[in-house]
Design a binder for this molecule. Sequence first.
Ligand code: UDP
Length: 235
Amino acid sequence: MYKRVLLKLSGEFLSGEQGFGIVPEATDKLAHDIVSALEGTDVELSIVIGGGNFWRGARNGQGMDPATADYIGMLGTVMNAMALQDSMERAGKPTRVMSAIQMAAVAEPYIRRRAMRHMEKGRVVIFGGGNGAPFFTTDTTATLRALEVGAEVVLYAKNKVDGVYDSDPQKNPDAVRYDQLSHMDVVEKRLAVMDATAITLCMDKGLPLVVFDIFQEGNLRRLFAGERVGTLITS
Ligand code: UDP
């Protein structure tokens, strides 16, 4: 059974079918699933949430200064972190939002040792603001924060895809799913799991990853219990 886990969520999970912004029902459902999966376990959880439901720097900011476009993206992740916090607390779980970009009125500043203390006290820490630096994505944030707080694994949540395939299962009906891969396999086969910076950092530090479908009933609970779900990526 895992003791400390980092869960990476995409911003688009908060927007449901709408595909943009925050849809309260979708956020509540996700929060409820996470909180109920934690019930009865001693897992210490932190979450990195993306911002793709609002803005992706490189894609939406064409013509802009790329760093400015990325900062806009980071601010989007803080809105998501606040929405998720609200939903998780209404579902009964104490949480703290920590932002990599100082925003004292709405979130604590990210302080590593404080984040770990929150987790020890049973609070879920939601990391907003990405790394606080442009030219990264929240995939890298997930890896970085997991390493910083001593998480044993990054649970990399997907929607409608239950692991890593040799080709896109939405386009190729014969795509084959891997149960287990090495970090090097992901890099060499150029599997579109997460961005290259993030997977390389996982490889360098030997940080395991699990790619799984978060919307498949029971998956999170099974993962928190240490069961095999989706695709495991290890060194
Ligand atoms: N971003 C950034 N630095 C970071 C994390 C995020 O500049 O450390 C920006 C980047 O523009 C990115 C956007 O925030 O496109 C939203 O994050 P991401 O695309 O990772 O969100 P997700 O796809 O997980 O919802």
